[in-house]
Design a protein around this ligand. Structure first.
Ligand code: TMP
Length: 214
């Protein structure tokens, strides 16, 4: 059995990442699997400050380069302060978003050069790269519908979420392209399946990859 792993969840806003991460956490608790659930950008004190800068609507128009570097800086701190030490202790680390978000949002969505994103992030992440990535796929229309519901419930949109339909369509297609490039490590959960079906698929994949025998 492989004792540690770095797993990431990705998807456009409202795709159901949070629900799946919660179900996974419950499952890991049930089986006493040492785990750590974190979010990118964020988790560390520095990362949460950077998250504030990146997402605050008051930050206004930000240069795309500044955006890419800020995400990478937050990520770097998290790798250094949290991810590496946890993996060394054989803890399974599960992260809400990571490098694939920058490739999908700043790369495919906003047009920043993908190779440059990879280069900057290789510097930021050192030897870390997700062992497994789950992409929660969702139609952009459905994502907008769910985000609207959230707004009606009093959650206002962050700076990134204020972008338009065309942008999110590019991000979604970007995610699917990234999955195609790395089918062994990047798994797409299609929008048509139920929450439970997606959970089973995710759990099977983790079991298989980590040889958990559960
Ligand atoms: P979330 O953590 O609530 O999903 O919000 C984070 C927002 O930041 C979300 O709109 C996606 C965006 N984002 C990027 O644009 N690039 C990145 O590299 C990451 C990690 C997030």
């Amino acid at each position: 059995m492989k004792r540690n792993a770095f797993i990431t969840f990705e998807g456009i806003d409202g795709s159901g990442k949070t629900t799946q991460m919660e179900l996974l956490k419950q499952k890991m608790l049930t089986y006493n699997i040492p785990n750590l659930f974190i979010r990118d950008p964020g988790t560390t004190a520095i990362g949460e400050k950077i998250r504030g800068l990146l997402l605050a609507p008051e930050s206004g128009e930000m240069s795309l380069t500044a955006e890419v570097f800020l995400y990478a800086a937050a990520r770097s701190q998290m790798v250094y302060e949290v991810i590496n030490p946890a993996l060394e202790q054989n803890i399974i680390v599960v992260c809400d978003r990571f490098i694939h978000s920058t490739l999908a949002y700043q790369g495919y969505g906003s047009g920043y050069d993908l190779e440059t994103i990879n280069f900057i992030n290789r510097e930021a992440m050192g030897s870390i790269w997700p062992d497994l990535t789950f992409i929660m796929d969702i139609e952009v229309e459905e994502s907008f519908h769910r985000c609207l519901q959230k707004e009606l419930n009093g959650n206002s949109k962050d700076r990134i979420e204020q972008r338009n339909f065309e942008f999110y369509n590019k991000v979604r297609k970007g995610y699917l392209a990234l999955a195609k490039e790395d089918e062994k490590n990047v798994v797409v959960l299609p929008s048509g399946i139920t929450v439970e079906e997606a959970h089973q698929k995710i759990w099977r994949k983790i079991n298989e990859r980590l040889d958990l025998g559960l």
